[in-house]
Design a protein around this ligand. Structure first.
Ligand SMILES: Cc1cc2nc3c(=O)[nH]c(=O)nc-3n(C[C@H](O)[C@H](O)[C@H](O)COP(=O)(O)OP(=O)(O)OC[C@H]3O[C@@H](n4cnc5c(N)ncnc54)[C@H](O)[C@@H]3O)c2cc1C
Length: 303
């Protein structure tokens, strides 16, 4: 097979080049950087991540994580480098962008079957050898025009979704707070909860009262099975609290006399002011909050 031209050494071009070269095909990889850059590309390396360093969720229970897993099993070089360049980000596959791009650039440049050709490609290669155009959403005008002509369109379009990076030091933490969306702990807790419940009902004192385990059932044995069961059957109960938490710190909505901070004459007197959920049902505690709160209103009125 004759050499294949790949135009664009971004994520797609790098993946295609390494896969084809690995399969024994000679590749000419054309990359316009550093001679020319799109408005979004800042670095010189291949497979530069523009914008977010997150490749989104790595959880195989959702579509993106499943794609990651499939790519790994298919031997994707880009995914392998992402795993090497991984930085902690909870469920997400986030990478150190310099390690990510640097590793892939080194691999491409070291590959005996890949020739990296520097410079902007302004026309489609004439053929007959196959060509891959992988110039991304910011393809320059000349090549975009050539592409449009080749496919008989007057212009090209792309669809986009946005995931902006927010610099931590640009956030005013007097009015915002950090909250992890990491959920691994929640999952572990739920699985442990099911196991703990089983231990309790299997204890001798309880076991004689139990005929059989109806749910999740004895077939549900591994942690993965239990998690799957929890995902399908788990739901919240009606004890939401703490949305207007009482406290003395800056994040508390009401003070210890249930007055809304910064708003004169307004109190919140219900379950939402609990600093944390109580260990039993919330109704008795809520009635007591109302009793105490009403008393505070009266006290203040008397002063
Ligand atoms: C501003 C911006 C922000 C984005 N943010 C995100 C995000 O947060 N998350 C996300 O998943 N996706 C984001 N995207 C989408 C992103 O483009 C894709 O995820 C991914 O980079 C696409 O890979 P690609 O290989 O198709 O294109 P690119 O990664 O853009 O690679 C194209 C490569 O081709 C080269 N090239 C272009 N034209 C020529 C030419 N004529 N001759 C030679 N070389 C050429 C470029 O220099 C570049 O190296 C963003 C895109 C933009 C423009």
């Amino acid at each position: 097979m004759s050499a294949i031209d790949i135009v664009g050494g971004g994520l797609a071009g790098t993946e295609a080049a390494l896969l084809l070269a690995g399969a024994g095909v000679d590749v000419r990889l054309h990359e316009q950087k550093p001679e020319r850059r799109s408005p979004a590309h800042k670095e010189d390396g291949l497979a530069e991540l523009v914008c977010s360093n997150s490749l989104r969720s790595d959880n195989p229970h959702n579509a993106v994580g499943l794609l990651h897993e499939e790519l790994r099993r298919l031997g994707s070089p880009v995914l392998a480098q992402a795993d090497l360049a991984r930085v902690p980000a909870g469920d997400a596959l986030a990478v150190d962008r310099a390690v990510f791009s640097g590793g892939l650039t080194a691999r491409v440049r070291a590959h005996p079957r890949i020739e990296v050709v520097a410079g902007e490609v302004r026309e489609l290669p004439p053929g007959p050898a196959p060509c891959i155009v992988a110039t991304g959403p910011l393809t320059g005008e000349s090549l975009a025009r050539a592409l449009a002509e080749a496919v008989g369109a007057s212009q090209l379009a792309f669809y986009d979704a946005i995931a902006p990076i927010v610099a931590g030091d640009s956030v005013d933490l007097s009015i915002a707070f950090a909250q992890s969306r990491y959920t691994q702990r929640d999952r572990d807790t739920m699985v442990e909860g099911v196991k703990a419940l089983r231990r309790i009902v299997q204890a001798p004192a309880m076991a004689r009262h139990i005929a059989e385990e109806a749910e999740p059932g004895p077939g549900c044995a591994s942690d993965a099975d239990i998690l799957d069961y929890v995902r399908r059957r788990g739901s919240t109960v009606y004890h939401p609290v703490s949305t207007c938490r009482m406290g003395q710190d800056g994040k508390a909505v009401v003070d210890e006399r249930l007055r809304v901070r910064g708003v004169a004459g307004l109190r919140v007197i219900d379950a939402s002011i609990m600093p944390a959920v109580v260990s039993g049902n919330t109704n008795a505690a809520t009635i007591m909050i109302a009793e105490k709160g009403a008393d505070m209103v009266l006290e203040d009125a008397r002063v």
